[in-house]
Design a protein around this ligand. Structure first.
Ligand code: UD1
Ligand code: UDP
Length: 383
């Protein structure tokens, strides 16, 4: 029996963990015991509990309730709380997802105890170290023993940093196993799409049924914490809604809500909340998000996960960033990087309205990433 401790903390990690936990319960319950640890990085009902309920993720054995804070404090408190859990549980490996502070804290704490780390969503790079996530990813990849990358470019990035596929077993932190696999988020998109179609009432609730709308999300500190950039993006959304006669639904991340409340330009906030085609709503549950994505004309986002989901749903995506880790999307032309530049945002929306892309090849696997990953995890030796 292999004993795995899985660390989750932030919204996209609950979603990724849902797919792997589902696979472990279904096909590996005789050979793998998974213990879930929630760091408490995200804690609002709509940012955490709702995903556990809707996606049938088992109740975590530990909730460390670390909450929000500056990077050093948050990451440090997580490491302090995780260490005794790892010492008590003595897992064969710790699974971490993505690039949040929960990922960093767990991978550093585990590797210093010589517990092998399995990094899922390895190799992604923005080449922009002003993003906290870029630091988290690089450190995590370099202390991991099994690395699973969902993209070919991710594998190339790892190679550039001296982490080459082809090591032989038993894998170690110095001779790690590097694997290209499908994307767990795609597994979920497929698994929950029909359920969302049946169950979600988000379109009716938001008054969007039968209407043309675009879905937008904004939560990167570079966009939310800089008032001018936030204003520029929001003004562009208002212009698009007005000139292109398309509704825009914007589920607000708590970071963004807080920044809007504190924004000095309350006249702008007034226009956003007036009845002018912009629908500001609280963060939505996963099935509602899938339903919104499925029925939208296009997606505008600075989220990593939502960029990919746009692809899974065959929707064009306007990426409100200067660069992306998901370069396959921009290389194909189905995604356009606009940064927080109003003119670029408006022209990208116009372009995609008039020329919607049609070709979205299966570059994120076939919806069986969890099974691919668990096959490798259970058949590999590591120490
Ligand atoms: C974090 C991740 C980011 C990921 C995002 C997913 C880091 C450094 N960042 O960013 O990579 O894309 O999660 O959503 O790990 N807050 C609440 N309630 C909550 C959670 C947060 O009100 O349940 C507010 C707090 O004011 C907090 C702020 O949101 O200070 C930011 O939360 P935090 O977890 O630090 O970073 P995110 O922006 O969510
Ligand atoms: N998501 C959701 N409700 C929302 C916004 C996002 O369920 O209101 C889901 C989305 O479908 C995706 C994941 O959250 O699966 C992306 O998380 P987020 O954008 O917070 O983080 P990132 O992927 O940028 O790290």
């Amino acid at each position: 029996m292999k004993k795995l401790v899985t660390i989750v903390g932030a919204r996209p990690q609950f979603i990724k963990a849902a797919a792997l936990s589902r696979e472990i319960r279904k096909n590996y319950s005789d050979t793998v015991k998974e213990t879930l640890v929630h760091t408490g990085q995200h804690y609002d009902q709509v940012m955490s509990q709702v995903f556990f309920e809707e996606m049938e993720i088992p109740e975590p054995a530990y909730n460390l309730k670390i909450g929000s804070g500056n990077h050093g404090l948050q990451t440090g408190e997580m490491m302090k709380a995780l260490e005794p859990v790892f010492i008590k549980e003595k897992p064969d490996a710790v699974i971490v997802y993505g690039d949040t502070n929960s990922t960093l804290a767990a991978s550093v704490a585990a590797s210093k105890l010589h517990i092998p780390v399995i990094h899922i969503e390895a190799g992604l790079r923005s080449f922009n170290k002003s993003m906290p996530e870029e630091i988290n990813r690089i450190v995590t990849d370099h202390v991991s023993t099994l690395l699973f990358s969902p993209t070919v470019s991710g594998i190339k990035n790892l190679e550039r940093e001296g982490l080459f596929p082809g090591n032989s077993t038993p894998y170690t932190v110095d001779q790690p196993g590097i694997f290209h696999c499908g994307d767990l988020m795609y597994d979920n998109s497929i698994y929950f799409r029909r359920k969302a179609e049946k169950k979600s009432t988000v379109l009716e609730k938001a008054g969007l049924q039968g209407k043309d709308f675009a879905l937008a999300t904004i939560h990167r500190p570079v966009n939310t914490d800089n008032r001018d950039r936030l204003r520029e993006i929001l003004e562009a959304l208002l212009t698009v809604a007005d000139k292109e006669q398309i509704h825009i639904v914007l589920p607000l991340h708590p970071r963004t809500s807080k920044m809007l409340e504190a924004h000095p330009d309350q006249e702008l906030i007034g226009r956003l909340t007036a009845d002018n085609g912009i629908h500001l709503v609280p963060p939505v549950a996963y099935l509602d998000m899938v339903h919104l994505e499925q029925h939208s004309r296009m997606i505008l986002t600075d989220s990593g996960g939502v960029q990919k989901e746009a692809w899974f749903m065959k929707k064009p995506v306007v990426i409100l960033r200067r660069e992306t880790e998901w370069t396959e999307i921009t290389d194909s032309g189905n995604g356009i990087l606009t940064d927080a530049d109003g003119e670029k945002i408006i022209s990208a929306v116009k372009y995609f309205l008039s020329s919607p892309p049609k070709d979205f090849p299966d570059i994120y696997g076939n919806g069986q990433a969890a099974s691919e990953i668990m096959d490798i995890v259970t058949q590999s030796e590591w120490k």
